[in-house]
Design a protein around this ligand. Structure first.
Ligand code: ADP
Ligand code: MG
Length: 611
């Protein structure tokens, strides 16, 4: 027996659940669904973003609706248009085997007449944003006088956005005898006020700890000089070639500025803020969902309720004014059981705010260094190698092979590989060759300097089922080191980095000299000088990565490696860029184009595996 069956759901729902590929209920679903099915009760359910709250109220709601009546029986209020559409979509999926069940979305920025017409046809469930709902109630375009179920979804965000009055107003038009279900990620004062005011002895369900940040999100911060913020952002992106991120800025102006700069520098970026029209915002979100945008630069208000799975990184380009807002930002990643990273770029004077955030999220931050040029080149090189090795051969090439082969006659495999990789690598190398150290010098007030440690490269990564924790454990065991002796473990797809105290560096190399793990040869190398030395002694020496790059900001980019959208790149070699501004970002189109930006990667068919 499947675990969903045990919750008391009927066959029509179980079939839909099976179709969607859900294997077992999440914790909030397991706790909420049986109660909501069996009793007519009010409920307050607290669970992190991405824990499956929609189904936790959606399944019981659908099962309880009387499809033979065309009356509106259930009302779901949700903070944003995006969420509203997302919930409606989910509910339609859940209820596909319920003949005659209609779910209608009501939200601002679209024709009110169309929405009213849809309601008139009969909508047992309405999913609405508070503003538009109130408008329609006032104009008597909806009748919610007989609803039995009222759901306040993402209640904390609705209140954050100032919908308290609208909600109160809407609820005053609903019958006293009904069940109210409140779902929220956090429980600030305002939410308990609402609960007290509108609910009668609600059943309380809490998943995880109240107010905690999502626990599969790791939190990192980077200390830079304020003028290096933008350059740092680019490095963080370049060091994570598969990044799919939301970048938070404090103001609309900064949001627009950073997005424009990124687009100009060749990244797949776009802006999302309140000065864009609804239509423009829709286009941006559509491109983002389709992964045509890798970096969505957004204000807090515009990003509320962004409900996109698989976001790999949240980047706090600037910290929010209210540190409580940080939880909402970081909750955009690490959804649906996946892991995510929330990065904060701070100046020295802001660094002490980190402690305050740690208290709120109940989780520690890790201080990290902005990667240097060499590290980024390495990451990009191995990323490319990995992509190439995964690429399926396109046999359309076969017929051209003889002439191509002629061109490379007499080259050894090694020479050929070197040439091949130089196409991409040289671009990054040239760009980062003179890149300066962006990490702010001197100690900050938050944490002690790391001291004299050595950074290592190791040729195992996520592909070998390591995450930073398991790799750290593996290293600690293998090297016979203590809890704090291995640090700054950073796991990439097919390789990783870690730091060990420099006094033990030789030993590390020795231990890994002839080492096999699961039958595979493990290769460990020193990548760069100690972080401690860099910080006190100024710029690094050696390796050709020395000196200063004045032009990092305006310098022609190393173009973004592509994304899914690049598949269509045959008709648009610099496609990612153009699409970004088409998508209504309002950003200028990149001026620099042509030869240098065409990359090997853009011609590789990229398949980003979703799971
Ligand atoms: P929340 O509202 O708590 O932020 P959602 O309801 O939006 O989270 O769910 C997040 C994602 O997880 C959605 O893509 C949803 O389809 C998926 N999901 C929900 N429940 C399950 C489940 N039991 N098994 C697998 N995936 C699920
Ligand atoms: Mg939700």
């Amino acid at each position: 027996m499947n675990k969903f069956e045990l919750l008391g759901l009927n066959d029509a729902l179980l079939q839909a659940i099976k179709d969607m590929g859900f294997e077992s209920p999440s914790e909030v679903q397991e706790k909420a669904i049986p109660i909501l099915l069996q009793e007519d009760t009010d409920m307050v359910a607290l669970a992190q973003t991405g824990t499956g709250k929609t189904a936790a109220f959606g399944f019981p709601l659908i099962q309880k609706i009387d499809v033979n009546s065309r009356k509106t029986q259930g009302l779901i209020l949700s903070p944003t248009r995006e969420l509203c559409l997302q919930i409606t979509n989910e509910l339609k999926n859940y209820s596909k085997y319920f003949k005659g069940l209609n779910t209608v979305a009501i939200y601002g920025g679209a024709s009110i007449t169309d929405q009213a017409a849809q309601i008139k046809k009969g909508a047992q469930i309405i999913v609405a944003t508070p503003g538009r709902m109130q408008d329609m109630v006032n104009r008597r375009l909806v009748d919610i006088s007989a609803i039995q179920y009222c759901i306040l979804d993402e209640a904390d965000e609705m209140l954050n956005m100032g919908f308290y009055e609208d909600i109160t107003e809407i609820l005053s038009h609903t019958p006293k005898e009904k069940s109210t279900w409140l779902f929220s990620a956090t429980m600030p004062k305002e939410v308990s006020t609402i609960a007290k005011k509108f609910m009668r002895t609600p059943v309380e369900i809490t998943v995880g700890t109240k107010n905690m940040g999502t626990s599969n999100v790791s939190h990192e911060y980077y200390v830079v000089n304020a003028r290096d913020r933008y350059a740092a952002l680019k490095r963080l992106s370049d060091a994570n070639p598969d990044i799919f991120s939301v970048v938070f800025c404090r103001t609309k102006r900064d949001t627009q500025k950073v997005a424009e700069q990124l687009i100009e520098d060749g990244y797949n970026a776009a802006a999302l803020h309140g000065d864009l029209s609804q239509n423009q915002r829709d286009l941006v979100m559509k491109s983002f969902r389709a992964r045509q945008i890798q970096m969505l630069v957004a204000t807090d208000v515009a990003a509320r309720g962004i409900d996109v799975d698989d976001i790999t990184h949240v980047i706090n380009y600037q910290l929010p004014d209210e540190i409580e807002t940080y939880t909402h930002r970081s909750g955009r990643t690490g959804r649906a059981g996946k892991s995510g990273v929330s990065m904060v770029i701070v100046s020295k004077s802001e660094a002490r705010k980190i402690k305050g955030i740690e208290r709120i999220i109940g989780q520690a931050f890790e201080r990290k260094d902005i990667p240097d040029g060499r590290e980024i080149c390495e990451v990009q090189l191995f990323h490319l190698a990995n992509e190439i090795s995964k690429t399926e051969i396109n046999h359309e090439i076969d017929k051209y092979l003889p002439s191509i082969a002629e061109l490379f006659e007499g080259l050894t495999k090694e020479e050929l590989l070197k040439k091949f990789f130089s196409v991409e690598f040289t671009r990054f190398f040239n760009y980062y060759n003179n890149a300066q150290d962006l990490n702010a010098k001197g100690s900050t007030e938050v944490y002690e300097d790391e001291g004299d440690s050595t950074r290592f490269f190791i040729n195992v990564g996520a592909k070998d089922d390591f995450d930073w924790m398991s790799l750290k454990d593996f290293l600690k065991a293998t090297l016979d080191l203590g809890r704090d002796d291995v640090n700054r473990v950073e796991v990439k797809d097919s390789f990783s980095f870690f730091n060990v105290d420099s006094s033990k560096a030789e030993e590390v190399i020795k231990i890994f000299q002839d080492f096999k793990h699961n039958g595979r040869h493990i290769n460990v190398e020193i990548t760069k000088k100690s972080a401690g030395k860099e910080r006190s002694g100024g710029r690094k020496g050696g390796g050709g990565f020395k000196g200063r790059d004045k032009g990092e900001r305006s310098f022609d980019k190393p173009s973004r490696s592509g994304d899914k959208g690049r598949r269509r790149s045959s008709d648009a070699p610099t496609g990612g860029r153009r699409r970004s501004s088409d998508a209504g970002s309002g950003g200028r189109q990149g001026k620099k184009s042509g030869g240098r930006s065409s990359s090997i990667e853009s011609s590789i068919k990229r398949r980003r595996s979703k799971k």
